[in-house]
Ligand binder design. Sequence first.
Ligand SMILES: Cc1ncc(C[n+]2csc(CCOP(=O)(O)OP(=O)(O)O)c2C)c(N)n1
Ligand SMILES: [Mg+2]
Length: 326
Amino acid sequence: MTTSIDQIKQQSMLRHLIRIRQFEDRVADLLDTDDINCPTHLYTGQEAVAVGVCQALSIDDYIWGTHRSHGHYLAKGGNMDTMMAELYGKETGCSHGRGGSMHLLAKEVGILGTVPMVGATIPMAVGSALVSSIKKDQKVSVAFFGDGATEEGVFHEALNFASLKKLPVIFVCENNLYSSHLRIEDRRSQNNIYKSAEAHGMEGITVDGNNTLDVYQKAVEAVTKARSGLGPTLIECKTYRWRGHVGPSWDLDVNIREKEELDHWMEKDPIEILSKEMIQTNEITPQDLDAIKQAVASEIESSVEFARKSPFPDVKELSKNVYSSS
Ligand SMILES: Cc1ncc(C[n+]2csc(CCOP(=O)(O)OP(=O)(O)O)c2C)c(N)n1
Ligand SMILES: [Mg+2]
């Protein structure tokens, strides 16, 4: 399966996984200080989804994200410095410090927005796909969302319309088993999100969301289909968030999940899975891997320095770009 994915592509995937992991770990530490004060939902453990999907896209394609989108932003090519500055609430941030962790934007690389209203970006991706279909610009739109978002009616409305109009959109559901603090078994009679696609006459598939190469291959198929005018796909990625719903904690002391469950998923670490496979197939050496980790660590420290040194917005301009002036 991996032989068809070239070495440079695999190395790029691994580097992106490591960037996201280390970024989130550093942010987790900073959340325990006074540096970062905005509510922050960490993506640790789910990296293979963002990386596998975004590696199948071109820079001109569009993505839409959620409250938990640091990984999507980095995987699609968003600038790390400006995201870190956004978390610090600084003027140099990607939303000029007005949005924080849940409002990321980088139109220059196709990141059209991340929105904390659960489910909100699913129809927005359908909207950008409708524009592409009218303009015939060959761009594909991706909506990333969680399992909780599939319980919003708008999920079905969006799937129906996208399928009816054969829009170039991919619905990527990251089923991490929890919506906030409620497990999927306590919310759904069946754990079968991918089957929602069938009711709307479109293809729905599941994939191991911790295996980057598997996610990538499924995403490539969906992108090819969307670009050739054959319509949308729903990809349900089975994965798990390592940390609690919001903030840096591990949520092991609030009677929600057991340590055994977390340990089980940590053994399925997306970085371990890909790096082991690449070492076995000589796509990378352990020394290369250490070098990537070190380079990423210094990239992250320089983003922290950038954010710290950046100015806060002028108090008189705090509502600029927050409310419409028209
Ligand atoms: C419309 C709406 N309802 C409720 C909330 C509160 N809320 C924020 S995140 C969240 C859980 C979302 O779960 P899921 O979609 O599975 O994403 P995950 O947090 O697991 O990544 C909820 C209920 C919200 N932000 N928006
Ligand atoms: Mg979830």
